[in-house]
Ligand binder design. Sequence first.
Ligand SMILES: O=C(O)CCC(=O)C(=O)O
Ligand SMILES: [Fe+2]
Length: 330
Amino acid sequence: MSSSTPDIRLASKQTAFSEIPIVDVSTLVDGSDPEGVAKKIGEICEQVGFFYVKNHGVAEDLIKRMYTISERFFDLPFAAKDRLSVANSGPTLRGYIPTYGENVDPEHTRDFKECFDFGADEEAVSPFFGPNQMPAELPEFEAICAAYHSAMMTLARKLISAIALSLDLPADYFEKMQRKPITIQRLLHYPPQQGEVTQEEIGIGAHTDYGFLTILSQDSVGGLQVRNRDGDWVSAPPVDGTFIINIGDLVQTLTNDRYSSTVHRVVNTTGRERYSIPFFMDLDFDAVVEPLPSCVSSENPAKYTSYKCGEHKYTRFAKSYAHLRETVGA
Ligand SMILES: O=C(O)CCC(=O)C(=O)O
Ligand SMILES: [Fe+2]
């Protein structure tokens, strides 16, 4: 492991948060002007790949309840959390992932975070689908998580319709690829780091998100940084009443690099515990991902060969999950 990888710098470029734009999505949520919102989102997906959304329609109280239950979950004794280990979940990849259990930039960084993953609960097991593992110690956990997941699905579908419109496609264009999409609802806890911090160990290493779209709620602590085109790290500070949206690798492929799946990381040196709640929305497991015909021309030929959403995603997890790396001997 090297401590001098050139493109990872720990000094965040402290810019005004307007560097990551804020979009008022009320007219998308209420249906009165989806095109107006789509136009803004399209420009931002090209230039930044990250944006805040306000007036998103998700009840403040539900978000608060999610944070409260998340803190109570991570406060459980390690043995209680470890009983729900993702390593016991087979291909569903649902459950508890301890510190260093997932390292998203394994060549450079160990991730100093713990997380808990779940999704829509169902009996049949297949990669990314199946039963959730829920903590018996917290009887209300499951219902709050299910309500939050459902609110995220609704918002994600609206944002995805705006992305389709922004590409001059019908609003429902992606629905045929999202009949039963892979989703991951994650709870994250970043303990504070003290002393000398190097890129070898930070909250979450530099990465792009693997899927279609991420809806991130962060608490008031801060620490998320987004890498711009010059390679500078720009802070994405907490903004009350917002989610942060970023697009993932699937959209970059579908748009043939027109929209950017932007690199980001978390460094928590605030001295406080940080909690965040990302929701990842993908395509159906078998959806074929390749540049859209409208994003390809003779001057701009396809830069990607096609792949299946679920296989791509599983391959990325196999590289970052410690328990899967051991299995495949990577
Ligand atoms: O916790 C955050 O602010 C970001 C988390 C993240 O990037 C991820 O889980 O992919
Ligand atoms: Fe991410």
